[in-house]
Unconditional design. Structure first.
Lengths: 226, 467
């Protein structure tokens, strides 16, 4: 059996999935550990599906990447008022930030496509739960045309359908940062879940929790009596 | 002697009324004597000809669309044609409400030959989509005589042109009726016969008016001509033959106007930043729409997409009868030097993107961010017009601020775990909006990072989320 495989291999008749060289251009996320798990970083352009419940740090994990960009960063339909104050002190150029609040989902998709196509934007973040496959495909084409990266921010509950995206990440809250599962990555195999530590990137935020030394009087008495 | 070209526009009013989609034959009737002055191709196919009475025309064809003749309208249209022609030729003069005289001799230095010059003129006229007759001549009057009779000849050949003039009958010219009849009585029917009589003989036998006419025809008498110089602004009106009640259908006639704008801007190497589209509505005040292009634009296609977005967002009260297009803020075109090898060619202009978005979604839907020197979170940053330069405040990397704020602080109703704090913000006593708050970073049960505060009354609120 082994001889047979050797023979076939020598004649180059066997194709190994894991030998495949990925030709996807990647760009660093700005977080070394994250880059490693992602085999070099985020795709240079395309659509990235991020499934996470809101507020756990799903945008913060992207901030080091967004900060490097020289084009516009567009927030479409964000779940709150984008705080310029916070971004400014993190080192963002506020002239490069655009916030769009369209009236409905179709307008939001339209503006995302226009932004991606224009070539003036480097990343577009769109908060929307429901997508059709053809909509993602259109965004993908637009992103390639304009050399931009589209982040689709979805809540976990709504993510049943597998969308034709370049990268699909599922994020969950973790004590030290985020727990990440790569559901899908173009050009490589997905790995098991891993934890991205955000501690070193926001030491101000992740301060060591103070030891809880407060105990009830009853407990104290019990301790003393022992 | 100078060479002239006379252009006679035969159906100017018909050509400039928007009737591309009309199924009905259209005729234009002079209200004074009810005679047809212009008829479209469909009408002519039915046997209707210019000069026919309205009654006869109605008998020939039942479904006629009749429009009254408007000389003022034609005059304005002629002016617009002169504007377009001015791009390729300099000496333009209006002869009547529907004809133009071009002085060619001066332009031949630029165009080398008459053929090249005429080709340029034809290209311009073709874009305007008008019907016309033309002729060249060595005097304005000779050119006019030939053009009015549809000679359609362009030549520098003096003898040939003279021969053409001679072959015309006297009644075809615009000689006063009394004079032409006088001549006919003595057996002079054509110009050939008239021109064989010497000037001295003419002066002796006929009155000075005829001598003057012949002198002008042969170019022996100088004729004063006023040349027209168009002003440097763009304003065009297009009358719609049919009232349009669907705003989406306006893009076709609008495109016609935008193409003229493109010609106007391109030839001057300029761009417009704002267009004013005025829709004349039946029984209502005109609806004025403003379309902006942040980066300046001259291309009709781009203006059309922007205008379509604006049109779709607006409502018309009653059917539209006409469109006026005014270009506002016209300036020199700025050259943008882009990277030749970059993937993102020409379109890499943020300003044009923002114009597109604003045209479709409305101005207020697209916002930029600005930071202000204030400690109160609500006033520390705000929304402004996009692409505003970043403020020059000092950055404090150690400051803990959420990525997104809630529009209004919400009462804290769940159990949280305080991670960090307090950070007291007590300020604003000087502008009647004081604030005393202790801010904390907290985590809720679901793992969300919240920015919460406690006010002096010991009430807790959520103010932001560290998304």
């Amino acid at each position: 059996m082994n001889d047979l495989i050797d023979l076939l291999q020598r004649q180059q008749l066997i194709w190994h999935g894991n030998e495949q060289v990925s030709d996807v251009e990647r760009v660093s996320t700005g977080i070394e550990q994250f880059d490693e798990y992602l085999n070099g970083g985020l795709p240079k352009h395309g659509v990235i599906d991020i499934q996470a419940s809101q507020g756990i740090g799903e945008v913060r994990v992207l901030l080091p990447y967004l900060k490097q960009q020289t084009g516009l960063t567009v927030f479409i339909n964000p779940p709150g008022c984008v705080s310029g104050h916070g971004l400014f002190h993190l080192g963002f150029d506020t002239a490069l930030i655009l916030v769009i609040n369209p009236k409905n989902e179709l307008d939001a998709l339209w503006s995302a496509e226009q932004c991606l196509k224009s070539g003036a934007c480097s990343s577009v973040l769109l908060w929307q739960d429901r997508f059709a496959i053809h909509q993602i495909k259109r965004l993908q084409l637009a992103a390639e045309q304009g050399g931009a990266l589209q982040f689709v921010m979805r809540s976990e509950a709504s993510s049943h359908l597998s969308l034709p995206v370049s990268l699909c990440l599922q994020l969950a809250a973790h004590r030290e940062g985020l727990e990440v599962v790569i559901n899908k990555q173009k050009g490589s195999w997905s790995k098991a879940r891993f934890v991205v530590t955000l501690k070193s990137y926001w030491p101000e935020l992740y301060q060591p929790a103070k030891e809880d030394k407060v105990i009830s009087l009853l407990e104290h008495r019990q301790q003393v009596s022992i | 002697m100078t060479l002239c070209i006379h252009l006679h526009f035969t159906q100017l009013q018909l050509d400039s009324t928007f009737c591309a989609s009309s199924e009905q034959p259209v005729i234009i009737v002079d209200a004074n004597d009810n005679r047809i002055v212009q008829a479209c191709g469909k009408a002519r196919a039915q046997g209707i000809s210019v000069g026919l009475g309205l009654g006869a025309a109605a008998a020939l064809c039942r479904h006629l669309h009749v429009q009254p003749y408007d000389q003022l309208f034609e005059k304005n249209k002629l002016k617009e044609i002169a504007h377009s022609l001015y791009q390729v030729t300099s000496d333009i003069s209006f002869v009547s409400h529907n004809s133009i005289l071009l002085r060619v001799s001066n332009m031949l230095n630029l165009y080398q030959s008459l053929e090249a010059y005429w080709q340029c003129i034809q290209v311009v006229l073709k874009r305007l989509d008008v019907h016309y007759n033309y002729a060249s001549g060595y005097s304005p009057l000779a050119a006019q005589l030939l053009a009015k009779n549809a000679a359609n000849v362009i030549s520098e050949d003096r003898h040939m042109l003279l021969h053409k003039v001679k072959s015309r009958a006297l009644y075809e010219s615009d000689l006063p009726h009394t004079i032409s009849e006088q001549l006919t009585r003595v057996g002079v029917h054509t110009f050939e016969a008239l021109l064989t009589i010497s000037m001295a003989q003419l002066a002796k036998r006929f009155d000075a008016q005829l001598v003057h006419y012949v002198g002008r025809l042969l170019g022996q008498f100088k004729e004063p001509v006023n040349f027209y110089q168009p002003p440097e602004c763009f304003s065009r009106y297009l009358e719609l033959l049919f009232e349009l009640d669907n705003i989406a259908w306006l893009s076709k006639p609008l495109h016609k106007l935008l193409l003229q704008l493109e010609d106007f801007l391109l030839s001057r190497d300029k761009v417009a930043y704002e267009l004013e589209i005025e829709l004349q509505q039946r029984d209502h005040v005109p609806l004025v729409l403003n379309v902006h292009a942040k980066a300046g634009e001259y291309r009709a296609v781009k203006w059309l997409t922007l205008s379509e977005f604006v049109l779709l967002n607006s409502q018309i009260a009653s059917p539209v009868q006409g469109i006026t297009l005014n270009a506002q803020r016209i300036t020199e075109r700025q050259k943008v030097c882009g990277d030749l090898f970059s993937q993102q060619q020409e379109a890499s202009c943020a300003a044009s993107l923002i114009s597109t978005l604003q045209a479709k979604l409305g101005e207020e839907a697209i916002q930029g961010i600005q930071v202000y020197a204030d400690h109160r979170p609500e006033k520390a940053s705000g929304f402004i017009a996009p692409l505003h330069p970043c403020s020059s405040l000092i950055r404090e990397p150690g400051l803990v601020r959420p990525t997104m704020l809630l529009a209004h602080p919400q009462p804290l109703l769940e159990e949280i775990q305080v991670q960090q704090g307090p950070e007291r913000i007590a300020t604003g006593w000087w502008d009647a909006d004081p604030m005393i708050r202790d801010y904390f970073v907290a985590k809720d049960q679901a793992g969300r990072w919240l920015w919460v505060f406690r006010d002096p009354t010991q009430h807790w609120y959520i103010h932001g989320v560290f998304h």
